[in-house]
Design a protein around this ligand. Structure first.
Ligand SMILES: [Zn+2]
Length: 131
């Protein structure tokens, strides 16, 4: 899917522009804080648990001599986890860097990508470890 082109920045107050200009570790932390306060279905908290998670959808593109992928073919989804502050002197940003660590949640088995090796699963909150 082609990315829609964004118009040039007009002000420093557009929330999307603010997020676009953050390094990955700060981008993930900003969304972590928003997701902790914002419910996808307000008013249903007494009957169900639901929360937002950031995810990455990816697929490997075929070589030049291979047939092109069909729409919807080959996609994998992984959740973007949060650095575990317990392993980074209480720092919720953990290691500053890209979302390059990959692992699985030790409890719910969700595939988790993080900026730091020691992460927290965004689905259930358990530990994950990336390599
Ligand atoms: Zn989990």
């Amino acid at each position: 899917m082609a990315k829609p082109r964004r118009k040039p920045k007009r002000s420093g107050t557009d929330p999307a522009d603010l997020l676009l200009n953050l390094p990955d570790s700060e981008f993930v932390d900003a969304l972590r804080r928003v997701f902790a306060e914002r419910s996808p279905w307000p008013g249903t908290e007494s009957s169900q648990e639901a929360h937002y998670v950031l995810a990455v959808a990816s697929r490997v593109l075929p070589e030049d001599d291979e047939p092109p992928l069909r729409t919807g073919e080959g996609w994998e989804l992984s959740a973007v986890g949060y650095p575990d502050p317990a392993h980074y002197d209480g720092d919720p940003l953990g290691v500053r860097g890209s979302i390059c660590q990959s692992g699985r949640c030790t409890t719910c088995r969700t595939e988790v990508h993080t900026t730091s090796k020691h992460g927290l699963c965004p689905v259930c909150g358990a530990e994950s470890y990336g390599t």
